[in-house]
Design a protein around this ligand. Sequence first.
Ligand code: ATP
Length: 353
Amino acid sequence: MAKSVTLQNISKAFLNDKGERSYAVKGVDLNIGEGEFVTLLGPSGCGKTTTLRMIAGFEDITEGHIYFGNEAVDQIPPNRRDCTMVFQSYALFPHLNVFDNISYGLKIKKMSKPDIISKVESVLDIMNLRDYRDRMPNQLSGGQQQRVALARALVMEPGVLLFDEPLSNLDAKLRLVMRDEIRRIQQQIGITAVYVTHDQSEAMSMSDKVIVMNKGRIEQMGTPMEIYQRPKTQFVADFIGTANFMEGTVKGTEEGRLLVDTAAGLLRVHRDGFKTGDRVTVVIRPEAVSLGNGSERKGIVQKSVFMGQTQEYEVQFGGQLFQITEHNPIQEKVHAVGASVSVQFAEDALHVI
Ligand code: ATP
């Protein structure tokens, strides 16, 4: 049965080269609901793998507590915690065929043979692996090996399923397919999943909730849309997608919006909690800026690149370079390098940090 996972003020310190304590994870509080898919996302070294390994029990906790449901699991060894991990390296047994790889854990648990067969057959079906049941791992593609690794984890019916960058070794196209497949199966079974990645599009497309980590701490958590549209810090805005930043000063409020004075003039922006006189940074996503031929807010196109579905621009305006994305570019309307253009912002998409 799916279990909730609670991390209570979790920290992990390692001894560095000088023999001093150095924190890989510091004061992390986190609640993951039953059946929820949560992704730990962040740059290399931010502590996401260490956090996952502490949940699995592979790493001791320096401070804090971890609960599965109401049960504290801090002192429970990994093999007796109700969770399994899917690794980047697949970690299949090379001398066992697909069926035996998947059934291995159930045999260790001393499950009866008929039960093992019925459980493995059902997972082979879920994972579309029926045709491969007798193959050895070296007779499988990378994607198929990863499906076997996932099947081997699922067959244990863990309360919590952990993923450590499971798609990193697959090519770009297969990653997209496997992403959908993992999400489909997770929802079908209703299992609690904690997934580690540094790939933001993976995190955005799969998760109920994204936890952005930076330097061992949680920088922000929220739904993919909240994280993208309402980043709380410059780090989050920058790490998730591309963002333009404009410095400004709050001049007042109007109909629930802030009026912010910037180099681009007075902007009406979302976000409570700021007051007149505050220095703020306005976050503007590239797709929230559009270009026209008007006479206001004039800028000069520095770069104009056709990307198929979009035209990507860099425009010098208001003393800085703006990244701008236009969708469905039409040849006659594309602005060339050197063109003088007017810059417009979609007010609803502006946000202040
Ligand atoms: P990556 O995406 O590169 O795997 P990460 O976000 O998963 O990065 P962690 O592997 O959790 O980061 O590492 C966090 C920090 O802890 C890093 O600075 C790392 O060097 C340090 N660290 C991890 N394991 C150990 C260890 N066994 N001994 C000492 N330091 C460690």
